[in-house]
Write a protein that binds this ligand. Structure first.
Ligand code: MLT
Ligand code: MN
Length: 324
């Protein structure tokens, strides 16, 4: 390998899907639906999955996490790159920063597991930082050790560690149609619409130092409008909300009363679904993430899984690696 090739390898963006399931994971602890049952029984075509999270690095030494799931301890245990190096100090981590895409429990609860007075930085939209601020349990992460930084609604930002040293990962956050976090819904407002287009849910565009291909990570999104569609044009890779296959899937399965839309998640199928809405977009790889335990695509032998594949989409697994 010559110097130029070595530099390119060192600056290529590496991504690893730590958790590909939606909130609750797969199987979910209290779920007795056929898919959770099959996953629990070890069915060959139905893989277990942990909750929603992604890791990114350009040099293999400094890692940025996107969302901190309740399964983060297991995810780190399964990912040697995220563990202290053999010659590292007695307390150390290659995790330099955590970027949050919303304040949902499946995306922030893992922060509490990172509470050993270990420096790293948290980046999130102002509303999400306000939710952390309002929940004093997050004070176990002393802001003097774990600084909290605002990810502005538009514009790229170099992600840095707690001391301000660049990780080599650049992130551009942007508002997507979404919803406030479940625990922030005001149940005294029976007819209330909890949807939000104001930054409670963001998507991120992730790039490495070489400015090469960009990856979009959008684990929650209620709608694909013209603005979002044009933003995604030309992406090397899209990791997109794959919570439900059909909007009324949880109702049809008998496990809940909410539609995907009510939860701030766009269905994969249907005229306004993500597959149709992005059918002719110029996007390299397109991968569904944040998959709910009712989604039939979790069964690799299902017609829905075949339909998704035929439409050019992949269904993420935990541990899946992407290099750009
Ligand atoms: C979601 O993605 O809709 C949330 O994770 C739901 C939840 O907080 O359980
Ligand atoms: Mn979620």
């Amino acid at each position: 390998m010559d110097d130029r090739e070595r530099r390119e390898v060192e600056t290529a963006l590496r991504l690893r899907i730590l958790g590909s399931a939606a909130g609750g994971g797969f199987p979910q602890w209290n779920c007795n639906y056929r898919l959770s049952r099959a996953a629990r029984a070890g069915a060959a075509a139905i893989s277990q999955r942990t909750q929603s999270s992604l890791a990114a690095s350009v040099n293999g030494r400094d890692w940025v996490l996107f969302n901190a799931s309740p399964d983060i301890r297991q995810q780190i245990a399964q990912t040697s790159e995220l563990q202290p190096g053999a010659r590292a100090p007695l307390r150390s981590t290659p995790i330099r920063a955590v970027v949050l895409t919303n304040g949902d429990v499946d995306h922030v609860a893992g922060l509490l597991s990172l509470r050993e007075r270990q420096p790293f930085a948290i980046y999130a939209a102002a509303q999400v930082l306000a939710a952390l601020q309002a929940n004093s349990i997050f004070n176990v992460l002393d802001p003097a050790i774990v600084p909290r930084r605002v990810l502005p609604p538009e514009g790229g930002l170099k992600i840095c560690d707690a001391n301000g040293r660049a990780t080599g990962v650049t992130v551009e956050g942007f508002t997507v149609p979404g919803k406030v976090a479940l625990y922030l819904e005001d149940s005294t407002l029976p007819e209330a619409d909890f949807s939000s287009d104001k930054g409670d849910t963001i998507g991120v565009r992730i790039t490495g130092e070489n400015g090469g291909g960009s990856v979009f990570y959008i684990p929650g999104c209620a709608r694909i409008d013209a603005v979002l569609r044009s933003r995604l044009e030309g992406a090397a890779c899209l990791l997109f909300d794959g919570t439900v296959y059909t909007d009324d899937e949880m109702i049809a399965a008998g496990v809940g009363e909410k539609t995907g839309a009510r939860m701030g998640h766009l269905a994969m199928s249907g005229e306004t679904g993500s597959i149709a809405k992005l059918a002719n977009a110029e996007i390299g790889r397109r991968i569904f993430i944040h998959i709910n335990n009712t989604n039939p695509v979790l069964d690799e032998n299902s017609p829905e899984h075949a339909a998704v594949r035929a439409a050019g989409w992949e269904v993420a697994d935990d541990g899946m690696e992407i290099e750009l």
